[in-house]
Design a protein around this ligand. Sequence first.
Ligand code: FAD
Length: 546
Amino acid sequence: APRIVIVGGVATGMSAAARARRLDESAEILVLERGEHVSFAGCGLPYHVGGEIASADTLLVHTPATLAASLNLDVRTRHDVVGLDADARTVRVRTPDGERTIAYDALVLAPGARAVRPPLPGIDSPRVRTLRTVPDAVTLRSWVDGAARRAVVLGAGFIGLEAAEQLAAAGLEVAVVERTDHVLPPLEGELAALVTAELDRLGIAVHDGASATAIEPGDGSDVVVLDDGTRLDADLVVLSVGVRPDTAVFAAAGVATDDGAIVVDEHGRTNLPHVWAGGDAVVSTDAVTGVRRPVALAGPANRAGRQIADAILRPATARPIPAAVGTAIVRVGRLAAGMTGANRTALAAAGIAHHTLHLHPAQHAGWFPGATQVHLLLHFDDGGRILGAQAVGADGVDKRLDVLATAIRGGLGVEDLIDLDLAYAPPFGAAKDPVNLAGMAAANVLDGTLRPWHAADLDAVLASSLVLDVRTEAELATGHLPGILHVPHTELRARLDEVRAVAAGRPVAVLCQSGVRSNLAHRILRQAGFEASSLSGGMLTLRATL
Ligand code: FAD
């Protein structure tokens, strides 16, 4: 019977172990985990900090004893793998009882990633914590339950915002510091602005475009000093500025890495014979851009573990691990925000030309009680390939992202989105679902029916075009651009001569609140011989862009 040794006992490692057992009752399966716990719900850690998950035990999905009983796994916690000898096929392990050498027939490296600790003065303050393990969450929870009143979260990525939301819900005064110019850096700025507004509503102070330069010990608390001079008092600091593959031990032993991430083929094989790797520690290929980079997400990690077990035990039929689509979502107060596929930055870096559209449809029939907007963005190319999608809203965000993630994985184009038969009754969706609408709008762009203009081009448009605002008088009173002509869309057909006179040969850039009425208006104008375009996402997107 083969002996399969697995390093790391959480997402990838435990998925590999469980699948290996289901495939081979005779295999000897050892899981070596540095920490105190295996198979814990890392993604649930922030929710214990705030108390939404009351007991830390809820996060311990399995223990070595339950894993021995149900899967006959030999799970050893507090076993830190500190060396690898690929020729001898052994690993060196630091255990509570001293160092040991363990032999393997197949070795699976699933060490995950470590939280980045920037070399700031004061970073080693005991009040600065990362959030990677159950003990991390338990410690933070005890401080929240105790005397802590003010928290600073460094890094406004997915984990940082989950932590901030939870700390605020627990009654702390919370500040979030983000180095880039907006929270949730993978999200486009115009959607992230909605998240910032929600953080504001939750009473969380956002310091974007700012970096911490030092953490100074204060009187009973610390002071986080920012490069813009701001000083933030903190009884606790959550450090969530990114992760790095935890691979030094293996790289030193000859495992090929790229910028610290283990290089693997589509079956998780490393450069060394009998050694596989997966999860946060390895390089993935981006499904949209083809760029090679590590992807730190739980779904791909769990599935890679399962597929590595297949590659070891049934290599002839093992399916390749697919390229990474990179679908992620976060809850922030009343909102959900998420993305799938590539964003603008990734597309630009890869030199992929693309169109972008913004839509704000209701998550279900607008006339059904409880309708709220799904703020949706779609990147696609000239051939109709879906490159990426993002969504923010109070309801229905997750299902639109999942449909779009499925479309990207399945290679569907924007026209296919029009044809998707999605579940509809008034409480759930719309007869034209937001995803169908996104497909229709994109197809209209590709065949020229819809000519969008974009908030990012505002200065050029103001300089060259007549801006025609087709909203109602009441909407106009909430604010409008300078130098506009105001003609409500219902009056446009009767007032074309007036528009022609004011435009005086200039193109007409139409706008409304969300882009629906301006689309109609620009169609009226173009059929009347105007050169007209419609603001993508309307004033909603424009306001979020400014
Ligand atoms: P891990 O699950 O991190 O497991 C690696 C294990 O290996 C660790 O327990 C480590 O102690 C152990 N180890 C490392 N080196 C050694 C060694 N030398 N010897 C022995 N043991 C070793 N992803 C999502 O998709 N959605 C979410 O909502 C989400 N939320 C998250 C929230 C938090 C707070 C965190 C920290 C992560 C979250 N993630 C989320 C990311 C997700 O948890 C990871 O992508 C996933 O766990 C990676 O799996 P992995 O097996 O590669 O690594």
